[in-house]
Design a protein around this ligand. Structure first.
Ligand SMILES: *Cc1c(COP(=O)(O)O)cnc(C)c1O
Length: 385
């Protein structure tokens, strides 16, 4: 029998979350962002549930090919554009739209021989200082692109650095919105600004007098997978999002500890009183964060038989250990059988009982974000639908 760990993908939650994002931006078209193999969920596994999207945004050309292989004839956007001239041939062949964020990509387009003019998204660096043209060169880049026979239509986009948080008394996006509008107000073309955080928090505020910030296209990623982009200020429940992935396993061993006993490598947790701990078939080689126990060896939340408890001791390669105390208490209050070998453990997601442990809570305890945990589920973990 394989180890009991598995990742389950909830298609109904994906559809629900997509719809949730859309309701915040009812007049915009929606890119479902499926980069990084759909944030670790698997493009093929999420595709059907996300068909209601207007397009799929990603950045790996192999992933674009996979979306076409699934039969998607609609828009596909390469968020980082072409990395070399050859990529543009694939764009022509597969009808991919692509971001243009630097002069080198315009040079490549100018050198690209094609019968099919391309649809491009010209990216402005409005303050994040990652990809894109600064506002001055942006206009020159637009003119250069507009003169190319290889280009059919130019859309305008930018990306927010702080849509998930207020900064220094101001909301995180005002400065970038102002920069974008100032440099683009007299340019034609569709616009796209909002990631998940901006779609949920800001999409209805004005971009211009005539248009909300959601503009022509929104680009939600993490929200589609059911996680709050601005956790812990808001939770997934606050936003009405449902987990799209459940990582679960089972208890494969139980230890009865005396006061003073320690748990795991480095003996980082010492039992303050007699207690029962369960050993779970999940470790860092499955993608579970090794730093989850935090300080004092008391760590990340976990659901055992649907009851919330916590990790104790270090996460090892194939196992982690959980305090069964709160679970035993809940069970004895209900007069049920004690939990033990074989009991369901949910590392994040939804338990058979319906109880939810948001991946955001685990990420917070591990000092990271849900994105990283979802993308890091290891290849040895079997996925089920
Ligand atoms: C990843 C990405 C998104 C989606 O971001 P989320 O925070 O997951 O919603 C949107 N736009 C661009 C350009 C991206 O790279």
């Amino acid at each position: 029998m394989p180890r009991p760990i598995q990742a389950k993908i909830h298609r109904d939650s994906l559809s629900h979350n997509l719809d949730r994002a859309r309701r915040n931006a009812p007049d915009a078209r929606l890119w479902a962002v499926v980069k990084a193999n759909a944030y670790g969920h698997g493009i093929e596994r999420v595709f059907d549930a996300l068909r209601a999207a207007d397009g799929f945004a990603l950045l790996d050309l192999n992933e674009a090919q996979r979306v076409r292989d699934l039969g998607w004839r609609g828009p596909v956007l390469l968020l980082e554009g072409a990395f070399e001239l050859r990529d543009l041939e694939l764009c022509s062949r597969l009808g991919l739209w692509h971001v243009v964020h630097c002069e080198e990509q315009i040079d490549m387009l100018a050198a690209h021989k094609t019968q099919v003019p391309h649809r491009v998204f010209l990216k402005m660096n409005s303050g994040m200082n990652r990809l894109g043209f600064r506002p001055g060169p942006f206009r020159a880049a637009w003119s250069r692109l507009a003169a190319l026979p290889q280009v059919e239509e130019i859309s305008l986009m930018t990306h927010f650095s702080d849509a998930d948080a207020d900064r220094a008394g101001a909301d995180g996006i005002a400065h970038q919105v102002q920069t974008f509008v100032k440099a683009t107000h007299d340019l034609p073309g569709e616009r796209s600004l909002c990631n998940s955080a901006a779609t949920l928090r800001h999409a209805r505020r004005p971009l211009t007098d005539a248009e909300p910030l959601s503009a022509d296209w929104v680009r939600p990623g993490i929200a589609v997978y059911g996680s709050a982009p601005d956790h812990p200020e808001h939770t997934s429940a606050d936003w009405g999002l449902q987990p799209a992935m459940t990582l679960s396993s089972r208890i494969i061993g139980v230890q009865q500890l005396d006061a003073g006993d320690t748990v795991g490598y480095g003996s980082t947790f010492t039992a303050p009183f007699p207690m029962r701990v369960g050993v779970v078939a999940c470790g860092y080689a499955d993608g579970y964060p090794r730093h989850a126990p935090g300080r004092l060896g008391i760590g990340a939340p976990v659901l055992v038989n649907g009851v919330r408890t916590r990790l104790v001791g270090r996460v090892s390669m194939d196992m982690l250990t959980v305090d069964l105390g709160p679970v035993d208490e809940a069970i004895s209050a209900q007069g049920g059988e004690p939990v033990g070998w074989g009991t369901e453990v949910v590392l994040w997601g939804r338990s058979a009982s319906g109880a939810v442990l948001p991946v955001d809570d685990v990420a917070l305890a591990a000092g990271t974000i849900s994105y990283e945990l979802l993308c890091a589920v290891a290849a040895r973990v079997p996925f089920v639908e």
